[in-house]
Ligand binder design. Structure first.
Ligand SMILES: NC(=O)c1ccc[n+]([C@@H]2O[C@H](COP(=O)([O-])OP(=O)(O)OC[C@H]3O[C@@H](n4cnc5c(N)ncnc54)[C@H](O)[C@@H]3O)[C@@H](O)[C@H]2O)c1
Ligand SMILES: [Zn+2]
Length: 369
């Protein structure tokens, strides 16, 4: 079991990762759970079908009263109707300000539960129990949100969890697409922070079929990067923006593919290739990193199909709506070199040139995604 502490002003919490994470619910967190008047597990439906007993077995030994609210799997739970349905469920079951929520699922369920916790009776405590590789990113840092028909993550807040319990054996049931998704975010953490680690990942044959043991070590490194940045800049005024590496264009791809055609990280991989070509135009060293990433991504079954099947204009429309763009500019996180990110505002014309370049360089894409 590994442990890492996230230290932000007025709130410190631990992230635990390993094969006995849920045992901590009865030991380290036993008192906190017993003090809560009621507990509700908000569980992703698919994850509940596969793994709910692992969590409930642990809680049952404490003898505290708990409820389970099952929500639709994945992104489908981040809607206003599911959000209010959760609030009604809590109210009808007499939850109070002293109640506690557990988020049991991937980043989507974590974002929803975090936002329910942030808003129920003006804010109650919650514990993240993430079940995807990607959630090493989303479960740490306290960003919570739901989607609106107008855009992704448009309504939300910052609300830090009381703890994060990452039970790694649960990752064994992840489908390949979700593994690719999470591993892309892990690579993002490496590229914005550490040359040697990035090299290791780009050379690693386990990348898309990682063992749980290897993942336990790698995810801690990813969480360290995220935690350090969140500690420096909780509310995204400066360095937290670096976590958006690959996301400006990636979010555009995600929106054009209809929030579900491709997983989040698969879109981020396309976005990172876009950002690296852009970085090369602004002096990225060493030259060739963009092609290396593209070759690596294609070997690992990431697809670039969406950019060959949609016009630049369709991506541009979404990028302009992104809440991180300021009026008239498109802001990208670029790399000076691996481990040295910076934010650059880029014209639409240059984005169009880079889009065409990315199409040329990924012309041999044969992956069906
Ligand atoms: N809050 C943040 O800082 C932050 C950061 C990054 C991403 N996010 C959000 O995270 C979401 C994506 O999260 P995600 O990639 O974890 O995916 P997800 O939560 O959408 O889950 C993806 C799919 O995997 C299934 N699943 C989850 N765990 C499983 C398991 N152990 N075995 C089998 N199937 C499992 C789910 O049912 C779902 O079908 C997006 O909504 C994104 O906006 C938030
Ligand atoms: Zn992301």
């Amino acid at each position: 079991m590994a442990k890492l502490t996230v230290k932000i002003p007025e709130h410190e919490y631990d992230v635990h990762i390993g094969d006995q994470a849920y045992d901590l619910l009865t030991t380290v967190y036993g008192d906190q759970l017993k003090k809560a008047d009621q507990i509700c597990i908000i569980a992703d439906e698919k994850v509940a079908d596969l793994h709910l007993d692992k969590l409930t077995n642990a809680i049952q030994t404490l003898g505290v009263k708990f409820f389970v609210k099952v929500v639709p799997p994945g992104e489908a739970c981040k809607t206003s109707s599911v959000f209010f349905d959760c609030h009604s469920f809590l109210l009808q079951n007499h939850f109070t300000r002293n109640s506690l929520l557990l988020a049991f699922g991937g980043g989507a369920c974590g974002d929803l539960t975090g936002f329910v916790a942030a808003t129920f009776m003006r804010g109650i405590a919650y514990i993240q129990c993430p079940t995807t590789i990607l959630a090493h990113d989303s479960a740490v840092g306290g960003k919570t949100a739901i989607n609106m028909p107008e855009g992704k993550n448009m309504v939300g807040s910052f609300h830090q969890p009381a703890a994060v319990l990452f039970h790694t054996p649960i990752l064994e049931t992840l489908p390949p697409r979700e593994i690719r998704s999470g591993m892309a975010e892990l690579l993002k953490h490496a590229l914005i922070s550490d040359g040697a680690w990035s090299e290791e990942l780009l050379d690693n044959k386990q990348f898309v079929s990682p063992s749980v043991e290897w993942l336990s070590v790698e995810l801690i490194k990813g969480i360290q990067v995220k935690a350090k940045i969140v500690e420096e800049d909780q509310f995204e005024h400066s360095s937290r923006k670096f976590l958006n590496f690959g996301h400006t264009f990636g979010h555009g791809v995600e929106a054009v593919c209809g929030f579900g055609g491709l997983s989040h990280g698969e879109c981020v991989m396309i976005g990172m290739a876009f950002s690296l070509i852009l970085s090369e135009r602004h002096g990225l060293q060493p030259i060739g990193l963009a092609d290396r990433l593209i070759g690596f991504a294609q070997r690992c079954s990431y697809t670039f199909k969406p950019i060959h099947e949609n016009s630049f204009g369709s991506f541009l429309d979404y990028m302009k709506k992104d809440k991180k763009s300021t009026y008239g500019d498109l802001n990208f996180v670029l790399l000076q070199e691996i481990g040295h990110p910076y934010v650059k505002s880029v014209s639409e014309e240059e984005c169009k040139i880079v889009f065409e370049e990315l199409k040329n360089r990924t012309g041999a894409d044969r992956n069906d995604g």
